[in-house]
Design a protein. Structure first.
Lengths: 166, 392
C-alpha cells in the first residue's frame, strides 16, 4: 500500500476515533449542563425583564450568547472531525486513481491530514478564547488546506493518467 | 492471520456479467453468507436509508410546525414580560425547552443514523486490510450495526423518556442507551484500527481487495461525489467566513430588542422581533442543512461507487439509480437554500430531492440483495451437487 494511502486511512481512523471520543465525553460530561445553562440564561433574561430588572436581563442575555457560541463550536468540531475522517478513509481507498506522482499524492494527503487536524482543533480552542483572531485565522488555514487538497484530488481524478505512472 | 479464502469452483461462482465486468474470480468469496463485509453493506445501507426516510418524515411533518411553536412561545413570553408576569415567563420557557429538545433529538437521531451507516459501508470497504480472524470481524460487524441502531434510537427516546427512573441528575436512561451505543462504535473502530495496524506490519490481505471496475455508474458516482463534497466545503467556508459571526451577533441583538420592546409594552415591535428571530433561525438552519447535506450526499456517492460491482442489475437500471441519486443529491441542498426566497414550495421540492436519493439507494440495495441471493443459491447448489456425488 502506498504511503499516501496509509496516511489517509490511518489518519482517518485516528480522527474518527478522536472525534467520537470527544463527542462521547462532551455528551456525557458537558452537553446536558450546557443546554440547561443556555436555556436557563435565556429564560432568566426574560424573567428579569418581566421583573423590571434590565441589568440582570442584559447579563443573562450575554451569558446566553457566550454559552451558545461555545455549544455551536463544540458540536461543529466533533461532527467535522468525524466527517473529515470518513472523507480521508474513502479517498485513501482510491488514492491511486489520483493521477499524480506518489510525491505529489503524499503532499496532497498530508495537506488533507493537516487541515483536518487543524480546522476543528482551532474551532474548539476558540471556545476558550472568544473572538481570538489568531484562532480564527488558524481555522481558515485549516479549512483552506482541506479545500486545496480536495480540489487537487478532484483534478487528479479528472486528469489523464501519465504514462510514467504505474 | 487468516489466509485469503479459496475461490469457489467454476460451477459455483456467481459473476453476473451485466454488473461485474472485470470481476475478480476470488471476489465473491469476500461476500459470503453472513460475512463481515455483507453485514456492513446491508446494515450500513439500511441505516442510511432509514436515516434519510426519518429525515424526510421529520422535514415534512415536524420541522416547520416545530418552528411555528417556537415563535408562538416567544410571542407569549414577550406578552408575559410586558405584563410583568415572571412566573408565566418561566412556564413558557419550560415549554420552549421542551419544543427545542423535541426538534434537536430528532435532528440528532437522523444525523447519527446516517453517520453510522456511512461508517458501516466504509468499514465494509476496508475489510481486506483488517488483519483479524473472520469470526472476530463478523462479531465486530454485528456489534457495530447494533451500536448504529441503538445510538439513534436512544437519542430519539431522550425527549420522550426524559429523566424517568434515572438515578442521575441530568442524564436519563435514553441518554445512557445512546452513550453506550456510541461507546460500542468507538470500541469497534479502535479494534479495526488495531487490525489495520496488524495488516500494515504483515502486508497480507485477509480477503480479496475490491475489484478495479471502470464502469460508467462507478465513474459518475466517484466524480459526482468528489464535486459535491468540494462544493459543500466551499459553501461551508463562505458561510463560516461571511455569515456565521454576523448571525451570532444578530441573534443577541434581536433578543435584546425583543426584551426591550416587551418591557416597554410595545407588543407590535416585540412581535416584529420574534419574526426577525424566526427568519434568522431559518437562514442559519438552511445554510447549515445545505452545507451538511451536499457533503453527506457527496460522500454517499463516493461510497456507493465502491459497491457497484455488487449491484446485480442491468447496466440501464444501474445508470438510472445513479442519475436519480445524483439528481436528488443536487436538488435537496439547492432547494433547501432556496427556501429562504421561495418558502414551502422550495421546501417541498427539497423533500422530493431527499426522496430521490432514498429511492436510488433502495434501488441499489435491491441489486445487492439480488447479487447475494444469487451467490447463496449457487453455494447451496454446489453443496447439494457435492453431497450427491458423495452419496454415489
Amino acid at each position: 500500500m502506498m504511503g499516501s494511502r496509509k496516511l489517509l486511512i490511518f489518519g482517518g481512523m485516528a480522527f474518527a476515533a478522536v472525534g467520537m471520543l470527544y463527542g462521547l465525553q462532551y455528551a456525557l460530561l458537558v452537553e446536558h449542563q450546557t443546554l440547561d445553562q443556555m436555556g436557563g440564561s435565556l429564560a432568566q433574561a426574560f424573567t428579569a425583564a418581566a421583573s423590571r430588572n434590565p441589568g440582570q436581563a442584559q447579563a443573562a442575555l450575554e451569558q446566553y450568547g457566550e454559552t451558545k457560541y461555545d455549544y455551536v463550536r463544540q458540536v461543529d468540531a466533533h461532527s467535522h472531525w468525524i466527517g473529515l475522517a470518513m472523507l480521508m478513509m474513502v479517498l485513501g481507498l482510491i488514492f491511486e486513481r489520483v493521477n499524480f506522482s506518489e510525491g505529489i499524492r503524499q503532499l496532497v494527503a498530508f495537506s488533507l491530514l493537516a487541515g483536518s487536524a487543524l480546522f476543528p482543533l482551532a474551532v474548539i480552542v476558540q471556545t476558550y478564547h472568544h473572538g481570538a483572531v489568531v484562532l480564527q485565522a488558524l481555522a481558515v488555514i485549516g479549512s483552506g488546506l482541506v479545500i486545496a487538497a480536495l480540489a487537487a484530488t478532484a483534478w487528479g481524478f479528472a486528469r489523464p493518467r501519465p504514462a510514467a505512472l504505474p | 492471520m487468516p489466509a485469503i479464502p479459496r475461490p469457489l469452483p467454476d460451477r459455483a461462482s456467481f459473476a453476473p456479467a451485466s454488473s461485474a465486468s472485470g470481476f475478480a474470480p476470488t471476489f465473491a468469496s469476500g461476500f459470503t453468507k453472513m460475512s463481515a463485509r455483507r453485514l456492513y453493506i446491508f446494515g450500513g445501507i439500511a441505516l442510511i436509508a432509514g436515516g434519510l426516510l426519518f429525515g424526510d418524515i421529520f422535514a415534512v411533518f415536524i420541522l416547520h410546525q416545530n418552528a411555528a411553536r417556537q415563535g408562538e412561545a416567544l410571542i407569549a413570553a414577550s406578552r408575559a414580560v410586558a405584563t410583568g408576569d415572571a412566573a408565566a415567563v418561566n412556564e413558557i420557557f419550560g415549554h420552549l425547552g421542551n419544543v427545542l429538545e423535541d426538534r434537536g433529538t430528532k435532528v440528532d437521531a437522523h444525523v447519527h443514523m446516517i453517520g453510522a451507516g456511512y461508517l458501516a459501508v466504509l468499514l465494509a470497504l476496508v475489510q481486506p486490510y483488517i488483519a483479524l480472524s473472520r469470526q472476530t470481524k463478523k462479531s465486530l460487524a454485528a456489534l457495530f450495526i447494533a451500536g448504529g441502531v441503538f445510538l439513534p434510537v436512544g437519542i430519539f427516546l431522550i425527549h420522550y423518556l426524559g429523566l424517568t427512573g434515572s438515578p442521575f441528575s441530568a442524564i436519563g436512561w435514553a441518554s445512557v442507551l445512546a452513550d453506550s451505543a456510541g461507546g460500542l462504535l468507538i470500541v469497534v473502530l479502535i479494534l479495526q484500527a488495531w487490525g489495520f495496524w496488524k495488516h500494515v506490519r504483515s502486508r497480507q490481505l485477509s480477503e480479496p481487495e475490491l475489484p478495479d471496475e471502470d464502469s460508467m455508474p462507478r465513474r459518475a458516482l466517484l466524480t459526482g461525489g468528489t464535486i459535491l463534497v468540494l462544493l459543500g466545503f466551499l459553501h461551508g467556508a463562505y458561510y463560516a467566513g461571511a455569515l456565521l459571526y454576523e448571525h451570532e451577533r444578530m441573534e443577541t441583538t434581536i433578543l435584546q430588542r425583543l426584551i426591550s420592546s416587551a418591557s416597554a409594552g410595545n407588543l407590535d415591535a416585540a412581535t416584529t422581533e420574534v419574526n426577525n428571530f424566526g427568519n434568522l433561525a431559518g437562514a442559519r438552519a438552511v445554510n447549515i442543512a445545505a452545507h451538511s447535506h451536499i457533503i453527506e450526499f457527496g460522500l454517499l456517492a463516493m461510497l456507493l461507487s465502491f459497491v457497484q460491482p455488487f449491484v446485480f442489475l442491468s447496466e440501464k437500471w444501474k445508470r438510472r439509480w445513479v442519475k436519480l441519486l445524483l439528481g436528488g443529491a443536487v436538488i435537496l441542498p439547492v432547494f433547501v437554500l432556496l427556501e429562504l426566497k421561495f418558502g414551502l414550495v422550495a421546501g417541498g421540492i427539497a423533500d422530493i430531492g431527499g426522496l430521490m436519493v432514498l429511492v436510488g439507494l433502495v434501488g441499489m440495495l435491491v441489486g445487492i440483495l439480488r447479487y447475494s441471493g444469487g451467490l447463496d443459491f449457487a453455494e447451496n447448489d454446489l453443496a447439494k451437487a457435492v453431497a450427491g456425488e458423495d452419496a454415489r
